[in-house]
Write a protein that binds this ligand. Structure first.
Ligand SMILES: Cc1ncc(C[n+]2csc(CCOP(=O)(O)OP(=O)(O)O)c2C)c(N)n1
Ligand SMILES: [Mg+2]
Length: 464
């Protein structure tokens, strides 16, 4: 994600004198954190009056081109120094795609796809990060291809008519997921996508690909075509599949699953709750599912088209979604964020609600109160003390964080289906205010997908 982390620093004079000041290690070395950030950002700069303008532009260009974070240190006296603004705009991005490589790639894709019995698309998050979502949609639409995303890539493509049929069966059996089980192991229906007799067309970023800002494209084995942007590659493949129409392999995969309609007095559980939440989402919502039961509960639901799903199953830092909703809400003021977060996670970053109220955002925050670390209970130590947390009175939070704005917030607590229906209805009516809904769920209850993954994790732990 292209973000610039701008950091204030002591004055250049204080640095030159190696003064012992706050927010340093007191050793006179002011570059510890700059060096640390070399590991997690693609470009860094510490500004001086002479270099400030050029360095800011260098950082912005790198961040924009590589679509990854940068780090900018602004000593306090540099910030106050007057400079001439640059006379020209930032240089336009250069498309690194090599036409010869692209032609070779397209010809090879043509050979592969023209002779293929089945073509299946397995997509993931980099398609979004490399701004190739439209090209992906064109590919799956153009070829009417069966396709699936891994969990992180959820909502990349229109999910209304595209989930594999067997997802429904998975849910009914309370087991399985249409998404990945590690590299190339996703199940699409009953057939694994990655089989030894299949040839795989994949964008392979490789360990240092981010340094270059684009991906090599690997086609069916050792051939590598580079440099080609993912966008150009997907566009080329979309053209190829459109030119080779084929009967749809699995016509039964169309159609939304029938949802059960539980009675109002039914006590909420993980099986019913996400159906109900999913049912009230509308195009434009940004759904942020924290790395607790909420993520696994929502993962198997078909989102309305136009909903963006944000999760972060790789790093998996709990509490991420509240500050992420602040960022998403500021970036897209016309789209209402819907945060789905566990009680354990919310206890780590709850202060973000204070900022959310202060800047006037109006997300829906749904807190899963299941009395502790549900995901962790599923993996290890279901009743052990280390998975317990303090009991909070969640519905008082908006009031705590911001007097008048907080008092105006919509708050509700739901432990039955009827209560949840009316809470979600109230949250939907309260478009101009923050809505906080506390879901009371059983302690040891987990969504079906998590049951499967926890079992696999337990088996892997036992092996190592
Ligand atoms: C910052 C951080 N600390 C610890 C963990 C380990 N961890 C993963 S899931 C989880 C429990 C989440 O509990 P909660 O937010 O209440 O969600 P629930 O599963 O109960 O719905 C923990 C502690 C983590 N992923 N990130
Ligand atoms: Mg919890």
């Amino acid at each position: 994600v292209p973000v610039v982390h701008v950091v204030g620093a002591p004055s250049l004079a204080a640095q030159a004198a190696a003064r012992v000041v706050h927010h340093t290690l007191g050793d006179g070395d002011f570059r510890h954190f700059l060096r640390m950030h070399e590991e997690v950002t693609v470009v860094q700069a510490a500004l001086t009056p002479a270099t400030a303008c050029a360095e800011i532009d260098r950082v912005l260009v790198e961040v924009r081109n590589r679509k990854l974070p940068g780090y900018l240190v602004v000593p306090v006296d540099v910030g106050e120094h007057e400079v001439e603004p640059p006379a020209t705009p930032l240089p336009e991005p250069v498309d690194p795609t090599d036409p010869v490589a692209l032609a070779g790639f397209t010809a090879a894709a043509e050979r592969m796809i023209a002779g293929a019995r089945d073509v299946t698309v397995l997509a993931d998050l980099l398609v979004h990060r490399m701004r190739a979502v439209d090209e992906l949609q064109r590919l799956v639409d153009g070829g009417d291809l069966p396709h699936v995303t891994l969990l992180w890539g959820k909502s990349l493509v229109d999910e209304r008519s595209t989930f594999p049929r067997d997802l429904r069966r998975c849910r009914q059996r309370r087991a399985g997921t249409p998404s990945g089980r590690g590299r190339g192991g996703a199940d699409l229906g009953r057939r694994p996508v990655h089989r030894s007799d299949q040839r795989v067309l994949q964008s392979a970023p490789g360990p240092r690909a981010h340094d270059r800002g684009w991906s090599d494209v690997v086609l069916g084995g050792p051939a590598v075509y580079a440099p080609i942007t993912l966008r150009a590659a997907l566009s080329a493949v979309a053209d190829v599949v459109t030119a080779h129409p084929r009967p749809r392999a699995d016509p039964e995969s169309e159609g939304a699953p029938e949802l059960a309609r539980p009675a109002d007095d039914y006590t909420l559980d993980q099986e019913t709750v996400w159906d109900l939440v999913n049912g009230v989402l509308s195009p434009g919502n940004i759904v942020l599912a924290d790395q607790g039961t909420a993520f696994y509960g929502m993962a198997t639901h078909r989102l309305p088209h136009g909903v963006t799903f944000i999760g972060q199953p790789l790093w998996a830092s709990i509490g991420y979604t509240l500050p992420a909703a602040l960022g998403a809400g500021l970036a897209h003021p016309d789209r209402r964020p819907v945060v789905l977060i566990g009680d354990g996670a919310a206890q780590l970053t709850v202060q973000a609600i204070g900022t959310i109220l202060r800047v006037g955002l109006t997300p829906v925050v749904i807190v899963v109160n299941n009395d502790g670390y549900g995901v962790e209970r599923a993996i290890h130590g279901p009743t052990r003390e280390y998975n317990d947390i303090g009991l909070w009175n969640w519905t008082l939070l908006p009031q705590l964080f911001s007097g008048p704005a907080g008092e105006a917030a919509f708050v509700a607590r739901a432990s039955t289906v009827g209560e949840l229906r009316s809470a979600l209805d109230g949250a939907g009516q309260a478009q101009d205010r923050l809505a906080l809904v506390e879901l009371v769920l059983p302690r040891l209850d987990i969504p079906p997908l998590l049951a499967t993954l926890a079992k696999a994790a337990g088996a892997a732990n036992a092996r190592t």
